[in-house]
Design a protein around this ligand. Structure first.
Ligand code: GLA
Ligand code: ZN
Length: 693
């Protein structure tokens, strides 16, 4: 295993910086010099500029003002900093909406927005495409050889959907292509015999709408697929001039974690580097710090997995607080360092913020920033940012390193769409993402690296493949799971798997449909439980090694038959007492487990501990991790960097097995060490031999 090249050859350091809006301060340009002074003090080296700067760049149609941006780009370069240069399509000038109303987005109830806000353009409008291409071309022409330019930040947080006439027409064309111009194919795929919904003409098809159709699941799915494709198509139009003029400058767009509106697996193929915006509610009263940290780690791992392990960018995070959560709590001292290094631990080669300087007016004026309205560096937040900046400078060694986990969890966007749409089970408790996160947490606690992939990814490099609630099984997936298991892999799946195909049509002949062979079970019915209902999964007393005793189950209990599978545990009560709740099917050289009920997390911890041990899965570190502490690994195959992080409010003690050098302090670590609350250590293993996989 080798490391990846840096994001840009121009810069061999971890990028540290923020969304920077000098265009808001165009009338007081002296502040720009102060910005540069403060950036250096904060150890910042990369600024995202121009994200919402269209009205400053093109104040009137065809009249361009690049002077201010020239100055900023030059100043960045003079100060050994870089520009992550944005295209401005995320928000547009008023003149544009006024002259070309077709660019204004139309909502699902078919009403056209007035001009205002942001992230609300039509993705289909030829005018908007032409205008964005034009401004992007000018930006690329002007800055293509500028020494500060290292990455293109295309638009901002693409999202939402448009229901205008142009988009509706585009959707129909998309459908015609998909269904070979044959309406019967579409009627069949969407099961339109239901409620007499059969279409006889393409023009009858309307995107889902609260004032129209919402009950045809195939339509809902195809619409979501179309929205992803159309957004990507818009993005491709944006990058046309950029690819042409700056073929060597990488392109990214900032994703939003597990945002459900876009299938990021499709989008990731089109960008050079994945980047994402991360805003956890640290210190909230619901979850413990460790529980929340594990959820965030899950999303970081998605972002690393999206490009097969390639380091990603943490494009936005807050240095202190946000302004849009119900309770906008300050990050407690130490959390900024810890949460930023958490991103690096999972493969980010950058730490960036929204925002550099608080704006003076409008809705984000009280959102956290590196530089506050007081305007100077003598603030707690600035000091913490500067402290992190100093630490990041010591971490050039991790740049481009990654991890090759032996475990993968499938978290699939289309599967989520189908589950969210299913009118079944306990409708408020389907919780697909939460379920995947619960399975993930068992590995996080033990410092076992995990990839989070979708069902189209290659499974062959893993020892353990986990697919919680794999409700949708697209063509070919079951076959690939079968060969994975046949060749010795271990597969784990759960209740509510193998129900529907890629059109959201139920598999006939018994669930889990195409997974029936590999799991060796038939799922006949599924029971939903009230919170007051109690049941448990009980291991047989004379069972084999592994977890034993009794574990609570809740919310869902599937009633399954073991066909070729062995029964490891059964239900404790209700009319299905004694029926299988956990099975294992030997299949080829591997095996497949089926967890028929939603279990308490203690079961997942014990069950996966057993698999971690028996499969001897790769761990970041070979030592017991106390509650709230995780360890993550980055390596180039030779050097191993272990990020040890304490996501708890208490000091934690660990007994190390090996010898390490701490990269921040340079101290040698061995035997008993202590991690302060929110403490983090980046430890390089001292090892004479090359690390072997
Ligand atoms: C998003 C946007 C930013 C800013 C932040 C505030 O991530 O991309 O422009 O509005 O939220 O948290
Ligand atoms: Zn539209």
């Amino acid at each position: 295993m080798e490391s990846y090249p840096p994001i840009s050859n121009k810069c061999q350091h971890i990028l540290h910086g923020a969304d920077y809006n000098p265009d808001q301060w165009i009338e007081t340009p002296e502040i720009w010099d102060e910005d540069m002074r403060l950036m250096k003090l904060a150890g910042c080296n990369a600024m995202s500029v121009g994200i919402f700067a269209w009205s400053a760049l093109e104040p009137e149609e065809g009249r361009y003002e690049f002077g201010w941006l020239d100055t900023i780009m030059d100043k960045l370069a003079e100060n050994q900093a870089y520009a992550i240069l944005a295209t401005p399509s995320g928000a547009r000038p008023a003149w544009l909406s006024q002259k070309y109303p077709e660019v204004l987005r139309v909502g699902p109830t078919r009403t056209r927005n007035l001009h205002g806000q942001r992230h609300n353009h039509c993705y289909t409008s030829p005018v908007y495409r032409q205008k964005t291409e034009e401004i992007n071309r000018r930006l690329a022409q002007r800055y293509k050889d500028h020494p500060a330019l290292i990455v293109w930040h295309i638009s901002n947080e693409y999202g939402g959907e448009c229901h205008c006439r142009l988009c509706r027409e585009a959707f129909r064309s998309w459908l015609k292509k998909k269904y070979d111009n044959n309406l019967d194919n579409l009627n069949r795929a969407w099961w339109t015999g239901f409620w007499s919904h059969r279409y006889t003409d393409w023009s009858q098809i309307e995107p889902p709408s609260p004032i129209g159709e919402t009950s045809v699941h195939g339509l809902n799915l195809d619409w979501k697929r179309f929205v992803t494709d159309q957004t990507i198509d818009f993005f491709k139009n944006e990058i046309k001039p950029i690819r042409e003029l700056t073929p060597d400058i990488p392109v990214t767009t900032n994703f939003m974690g597990t945002y459900t509106g876009l299938d990021y697996w499709k989008f990731a193929r089109e960008v050079d580097i994945v980047s994402w915006d991360n805003y956890p509610s640290w210190h909230s009263d619901g979850l413990s710090t460790g529980e929340l940290a594990s959820k965030i780690s899950f999303v970081h791992d998605i972002n690393r997995s999206l490009k097969g392990g390639r380091p990603f960018m943490l494009m936005e995070s807050t240095p202190s607080l946000v302004n849009w959560q119900q309770v906008n709590k300050l990050k407690r001292p130490g959390m900024h360092m810890l949460s930023s290094l958490q991103a690096v631990a999972h493969g980010s080669d950058t730490v960036q913020y929204f925002q550099w300087r608080k704006s003076r007016g409008s809705s984000e004026k009280l959102h956290g920033a590196v530089v506050d309205h007081c305007g100077h560096e003598n603030t707690r937040v600035f000091r913490e940012v500067a402290e992190l900046g100093a630490v990041l400078k010591k971490l050039d060694c991790v740049l481009g390193t990654t991890v090759k986990p032996q475990v993968a969890i499938i978290y699939d966007w289309e599967n989520r769409w189908a589950i969210d749409d299913a009118q079944a089970l306990r409708r408020d408790k389907k919780d697909y993402q939460q379920t995947c996160e619960n399975h993930y947490r068992a590995f996080w606690k033990q410092g076992v690296p995990v990839d989070v992939i979708n069902m189209d990814c290659d499974f062959s490099g893993y020892k353990l493949l986990i697919a919680p609630m794999l409700y949708m099984v697209r063509p070919g997936v079951a076959e690939r799971i079968e060969s994975f298991v046949k060749e010795g892999g271990v597969f784990v799946t759960t209740y509510f798997s193998g129900y529907v195909d890629e059109n959201d049509l139920c598999f006939l002949g018994g669930f889990p449909g195409p997974l029936r062979n590999v799991t060796g079970i038939w799922a006949e019915e599924v029971d939903s439980l009230y919170d007051s209902d109690k049941n448990a999964l009980v291991f047989s007393p004379n069972g084999s090694s592994g977890p034993a005793g009794e574990y609570a189950v809740h919310t869902f209990c599937e009633l399954i038959h073991a066909e070729t599978a062995d029964i490891l545990a059964v239900y404790k009560s209700d009319f299905y007492a004694g029926r299988p709740a956990l099975t294992k099917n030997s299949f080829g050289c591997g095996r497949a487990y089926y967890i028929a009920a939603r279990t308490e997390n203690r079961f997942l911890d014990d069950f996966y501990s057993y698999l971690i041990d028996t499969l001897d899965l790769l761990k970041a570190i070979d030592c017991e991790l106390p509650e709230g502490v995780t360890a993550q690994l980055r390596t180039d195959g030779k050097r191993r960097f272990v990020f040890l992080m304490n996501f708890s409010e208490e000091e934690k003690i660990l007994d190390l097995q090996g010898i390490y050098t701490e990269r921040i302090t340079g101290e040698e670590l061995l035997e008993r060490i202590s991690l302060s609350p929110y403490g983090v250590k980046i430890m390089e293993e001292v090892n004479d031999n090359d690390y072997q996989y």
